[in-house]
Design a protein around this ligand. Sequence first.
Ligand code: AMP
Length: 192
Amino acid sequence: MVNIVLFGPPGAGKGTQSENIINKYGLKHISTGDLFRKHLGEGTHLGKKAQSYMDNGKLVPDEVVIGMVADFLDDNEGAEGFIFDGFPRTVAQAEALDELLEEHDQHIHCMVMLDVPQDELRKRLLERGKTSGRADDQNVEKINVRIQEYLDKTLPVAGYYQGQNKTCKINGVGTIEGIFADIVSEIDNHLD
Ligand code: AMP
């Protein structure tokens, strides 16, 4: 059983690398951004609550995100482990995740942090916006708000996991294969 947090600013390559990690370790993928987009598409109550925040590049309130993740964990009781992609994004979410995992007799093994310079992030997000169909990838102002939200609210999460000796910083610029090799060696170092 292995539980990993994949961490980094928007455009750092979390989606791409999470696919590789899932295939290697047989984990269940949970991307809170994907779950919110699904709710939005289906027009659910939760989707309606999240919409204005997402449209403006702001973080959805903690209690909404945490409730959604708690339901996901309950629904996937028999999983071999999880990769958390885009969650936790605040210290309150990180604390809540530890509590939720404890209820399932689980814990986080490793927080993989993809480090990418801001100019490169803006370039990648605008490029992704040409094909992703995501409105929040196509507008420089929204991209800037998302990066600022990351710096203000999400970066402190790295300190939270550092305090538990679980933060592994990886250079997120390079080939997909090279970055993946670095991730694997860090994860393997943190297995029980
Ligand atoms: P992402 O696909 O991870 O870039 O997420 C897209 C949007 O969904 C974000 O800009 C937020 O509005 C919202 N979102 C996704 N995950 C979270 C989270 N853990 N906490 C708060 N908001 C989130």
